[in-house]
Design a binder for this molecule. Structure first.
Ligand code: PLP
Length: 355
């Protein structure tokens, strides 16, 4: 769960809390994903983590980036001016619709009309919200994302020479395993369109971090489903970067309150919001750097925020001493960048890049 590089570096950081990114681990992981998907275009969904150091590693392997705002567009274009960008997002402004990109993911007939009104040329994928069963997802993208069959029918006659229809885009759910994604892909690739973006959403298990998404099975499956000449693209976020990020902190107090054991660490979920938003226990390892008082047994790991919601993990069998180093793993995606870090005005974490 914790790489050797991080286990070695964490106790020596000095100032904590800090984010530590294992860049060689990211490099290896994404290289393996790339190899598992021959003939499939691989984009990275930047919203999972837009950290420039991570993007530089990713850029060595991916074909392009999926951006969902003018901010992400500016950030990625400045770093990699020549990389293909796919621009999506459910509520694009007219200014966003004017941004240069390789593919524009159009979400509704009204958005397409606004795009046409800008007068720009664009290569468009229509974002579909197909009526397909999605079992076992961590999060289903139901709601306003994309269009139904009626919306597609409304869009088709609007395309022309300047704004061209290239194909379809879907991103149906997050947390899907390869067989589930392949079942969806079977339907989505059965189309006359020459280009299909299947989205992201590949499963990441926070309860058993060693269980990784089966990229090989997915690549083999897509190879079998893909029609000759059909251009297939995927745009994972979480499953690419989740594993390379670590939130390192230190135990500042331990206590028992009405029988419950707590370890309080520096920082909190305002730096690592993932366990609160997903309602899971963030996996962690305790490195025995402390010599203070201890608690043992079912320990709940909390941060410095004055709210009962500031919980990283509940009732985990462990022993913790004041001064111990705690390394929360799987903090490389939807972690720092989704966190409310100004709440309570504690110091910001440092950022360290191992490589
Ligand atoms: C969030 C998102 C992704 C990435 O999803 P992951 O679950 O991080 O893989 C890809 N495409 C779209 C359109 C998204 O909104």
């Amino acid at each position: 769960m914790i790489t050797d590089r991080v286990r070695e570096a964490a106790p020596r950081l000095g100032e904590v809390p800090a984010y530590v990114y294992d860049l060689p681990a990211l490099d290896d992981h994404v290289a393996r994903v790339r190899r598992a998907l021959p003939g499939v275009e691989l984009y990275y969904a930047v919203k999972a983590n837009p950290d420039a150091e991570l993007l530089r590693v990713l850029a060595g392997h991916v074909d392009g980036f999926e951006v969902s705002s003018a901010g992400e567009h500016a950030h990625v274009s400045a770093l990699f001016p020549d990389r293909p960008l796919a621009l999506g997002g459910p509520g694009k402004t007219d200014a966003e619709l004017r941004l240069p990109c390789h593919r524009l993911h159009v979400e509704s007939p009204n958005e397409l009309r606004r795009l046409l009104a800008t007068g720009r040329a664009a290569d468009v994928l229509l974002r579909l919200s197909p009526d397909l069963p999605v079992e076992g997802a961590a999060l289903t993208m139901s709601g306003p994302f994309g269009m139904d069959e009626e919306g597609v029918r409304e869009c088709l006659p609007l395309f022309g020479e300047r704004v061209r229809l290239r194909g379809t885009h879907t991103h149906l759910a997050s947390g899907l395993e390869a067989p589930q994604l392949l079942r969806l892909a079977r339907t989505l690739l059965d189309t006359e369109h020459d280009e299909v973006n299947l989205g992201g959403g590949m499963a990441v298990s926070y309860t058993s971090p060693e269980d990784r998404f089966d990229w090989r099975a997915y690549g083999i499956g897509l190879g079998a489903l893909r029609r000759e000449g059909q251009r297939v693209r995927v745009e994972p976020g979480r499953a690419l970067t989740a594993y390379c990020g670590f939130y390192v902190t230190r135990v500042v107090d331990v206590r028992r309150v009405r029988g419950e054991a707590y370890a309080i660490v520096l920082g909190g979920t305002h730096h690592l919001r993932t366990p609160v938003t997903k309602g899971h226990d963030q996996p962690f390892e305790v490195l025995p750097t402390g010599d203070g008082p201890a608690v043992e047994g079912a320990v709940t790991m909390v941060g410095q925020l004055c709210t009962p919601k500031d919980v990283f993990a509940r009732n985990i069998a462990t022993k913790v001493r004041v001064g111990d180093t705690v390394v929360f793993a799987m903090a490389g995606a939807y972690a720092w960048n989704i966190s409310h870090h100004d709440f309570l005005m504690h110091p910001k974490p440092g950022f360290h890049y191992l490589g």
